[in-house]
Ligand binder design. Structure first.
Ligand SMILES: *[C@@H]1O[C@H](CO)[C@@H](O)[C@H](O)[C@H]1NC(C)=O
Ligand SMILES: *[C@@H]1O[C@H](CO)[C@@H](O)[C@H](O)[C@H]1NC(C)=O
Ligand SMILES: *[C@@H]1O[C@H](CO)[C@@H](O)[C@H](O)[C@H]1NC(C)=O
Length: 629
């Protein structure tokens, strides 16, 4: 109850006693499951309630080790003041911090834990009760700043489970848990239905600013999803009604249309100045009609354009929050103004407005959803979304609503990055240089998976090892083989002819992995040993020069004369070689012919033998070759 009222207050102002929400609202707690994986004694699945800030990993799960701090157990102060850090060591499980409820905002506890390096926060309730949703504090300048920056998920657990965890930790157990959001949004098919319960009021403080920012940010993704037929989005607006006894009061007249049937609180909470609740109801109605008309013309996404343009062009601050300004926006978007006016009807009649009546009916939850009482509220596949109202977080929730493998590309793009890889590389493997990593950001949470780099597949567990494997791995880090460069000459011991091996290149000796050392060809008398030669070793090779007018021929490791007669004799040598080659080729051909023939003979005989017994040297008819074909 405390929760519901505090969430509504920015909108209702002091009218909270006068205007009545449609029904006795049920606030729905969205749960995720928490599985203890060790120790065995307390293994099992427990309920936890997703906090309404931070970034729950919709569609994913997250494993961690639970830590209960020795001091600052409520998490209301900075953990660094107590010398406590939750940063996990590379390769270790992320830290889930357990704190107790009480003394300060839930969000502050989570913020303090995040700053100390926690990856998630479990808040243990301090009274025995059914789980509630941890909401963000109502508008309050200082908390608004850090709430924006909370990126870790949080969950409330009940008192007795909290005590079980604490007992286990204090007895020295390593408590590992898995937070799982995979079933938090149903994902039955390849289309996601979602609703945003919103408001055109742009002057209600932090929550309105956040809502407007969200709509602006999310518009692009929403339109891609809608145009692709991946989603069916519907905007909704909450209205209240004026109790019968007050319909003729000044307050109800200024806050309501249709004789007290549809009301909104005064934006400035001041009846005598500025805009009235009635103006907000009318603009909400207009936005609903914009959606209806746009939807009829098969362009439902035009609603996102209208509301963002209206926010920019017609703010209350500039006294432009009115019909004229709205109509200008409608016309510039090419929407049918007449149809929209018709849809809005006459606000002064004493009868129902069909559009707003439908909205009031929809406010009441049917089945699993629960009534909508918090503004803004996002409902995905008929489940209320919990978490920060920000593009990445919301997109993640929507994406988790698709049946697996049917999610559209926008779900797999950078828009839904979890940034978990930025923190300790997500606990995944990375190479020493730090530019090859097994951490992959997806909307289902981070996964540790050995990567494919420049066409080279890495293999391993993704957490502690990944090794380049298969062809091409010489490109990556020289395949783990020795390599070195000096004076502009680079050598690698990696050889890749189908199979990758470390083998010192010519001119070097060694194991090829840790070291290859230069061979001193001169000292070891491997080359350049002719009487006219003078040898000079270089790194990886040698230089040889010949005395006098002689020329060093490297291939033959010898010195020859550069004069013309030598040239002629070399031509003779070329001819001799060519003739030799031709003769060898002819001989080889004859041998080949003979072998082919005898091979075919034996083949044919083998086949014929299957049909008839052959005399040892029987004549083989020529055409058998053709028949075989
Ligand atoms: C929140 O993050 C923004 C940008 O990263 C930063 O400028 C701001 O100081 C942060 N706020 C707090 C309270 O840490
Ligand atoms: C929008 O149009 C679709 C069909 O084109 C329809 O199924 C849906 O109910 C409409 N939504 C609203 C709110 O009218
Ligand atoms: C990794 O970074 C180093 C320099 O920082 C660079 O030389 C190397 O090529 C990079 N490797 C890959 C696979 O990008």
């Amino acid at each position: 109850m405390e929760l519901r009222v505090s969430a509504l207050r920015p909108f209702l102002g002091f009218l909270v006693l006068l205007l009545t929400p449609l029904s006795n609202a049920r606030f729905v707690v969205e749960k995720n499951s928490l599985r203890v994986t060790s120790p065995d004694r307390i293994k099992g699945t427990y309920d936890s309630a997703i906090g309404n800030f931070g970034i729950p990993q919709y569609g994913g799960s997250m494993a961690g080790a639970v830590v209960y701090p020795n001091s600052n157990q409520k998490g209301c102060k900075e953990f660094s003041d107590f010398g406590i850090s939750f940063q996990s060591k590379p390769g270790a499980l992320p830290t889930f911090v357990l704190v107790d409820r009480g003394d300060c905002f839930f969000a502050l506890k989570v913020w303090n834990a995040q700053k100390a390096g926690a990856s998630a926060v479990l808040v243990a309730d301090n009274v025995e009760e059914a789980l509630i949703t941890m909401d963000s504090p109502e508008e309050d300048g200082s908390s608004a700043k850090y709430i924006e920056n909370i990126t870790i998920p949080s969950a409330l657990i009940d008192k007795s489970f909290g005590e079980t965890l604490k007992r286990s930790i204090s007895s020295g157990d390593m408590v590992n848990v898995n937070l799982d959001w995979r079933e938090s949004v149903p994902h039955p098919d390849d289309r996601v239905e979602y609703e945003l319960w919103t408001n055109s009021n742009d002057e209600c403080g932090v929550k309105c600013d956040m809502l407007m920012e969200f709509v602006k940010d999310f518009k692009g993704a929403a339109q891609i999803l809608e145009k692709g037929g991946y989603t069916q989005f519907t905007p909704h607006y909450i209205t209240w009604y004026c109790p019968q006894a007050f319909t003729l009061s000044k307050q109800c007249k200024s806050q309501c249309i249709n004789h007290g049937r549809y009301c909104a609180p005064d934006p400035e909470q001041d009846f005598s100045s500025g805009y009235n609740g009635k103006d907000v109801v009318l603009e909400n109605l207009r936005q609903l009609c914009v959606f209806k008309v746009a939807n009829e013309t098969k362009k439902p996404w035009a609603w996102w354009d209208y509301v963002t343009d209206f926010q920019i062009r017609c703010p209350m601050k500039e006294k432009k929050y009115n019909r004229e300004c709205a109509n200008a926006v409608i016309q510039s978007l090419g929407l049918d103004l007449k149809k929209i006016d018709k849809c809005m009807g006459d606000p002064n009649t004493d009868s129902d407005n069909l559009v707003l009546k439908e909205e009031q009916d929809a406010q009441v939850g049917k089945g699993s959803r629960g009534d909508v009482t918090i503004l803004p509220t996002l409902v995905v596949n008929n489940r209320q979304y919990r978490g920060k109202l920000a593009k990445g977080a919301v997109l993640k929730a929507i994406c988790s609503g698709f049946e697996e493998t049917t999610e559209p590309a926008v779900c797999l793009s950078g828009d839904v990055e979890t940034n978990e890889c930025l923190d300790n590389n997500g606990g995944c493997w990375q190479d020493k240089g730090g530019n090859i990593t097994a951490c992959k950001d997806t909307f289902r949470g981070r996964v540790c998976e050995c990567p494919l780099v420049d066409g080279v597949r890495f293999k391993g567990d993704g957490y502690t090892t990944c090794e380049a494997s298969g062809p091409g791995r010489c490109k990556i880090n020289n395949g783990g083989c020795w390599h070195d460069a000096q004076n502009g000459h680079a050598f690698s011991a990696c050889t890749d002819d189908g199979e990758v091996k470390c083998k010192c290149p010519p001119g070097f000796k060694g194991d090829g992995v840790n070291s290859c050392t230069d061979i001193d060809e001169c000292k070891e008398k491997k080359a350049c040993q002719c009487p006219e030669c003078s040898c000079k070793n270089t790194w990886g090779s040698y230089d040889c020069s010949c005395s006098g007018d002689l020329l060093y021929i490297r291939d033959h490791d010898t010195c020859i004369s550069k004069t013309a007669s030598e040239t002629r004799s070399s031509w003779v040598a070329v001819w001799v070689i060519l003739i030799g080659l031709a003769m060898a080729g002819g001989g080889a051909y004859l041998v080949y012919k003979y072998r082919l023939r005898s091979y075919m003979d034996s083949e044919i005989r083998a086949i014929m033998a299957q049909y008839m017994p052959l005399d040892s040297q029987a004549e083989v008819p020529n055409h058998v070759n053709d028949e075989r074909a």
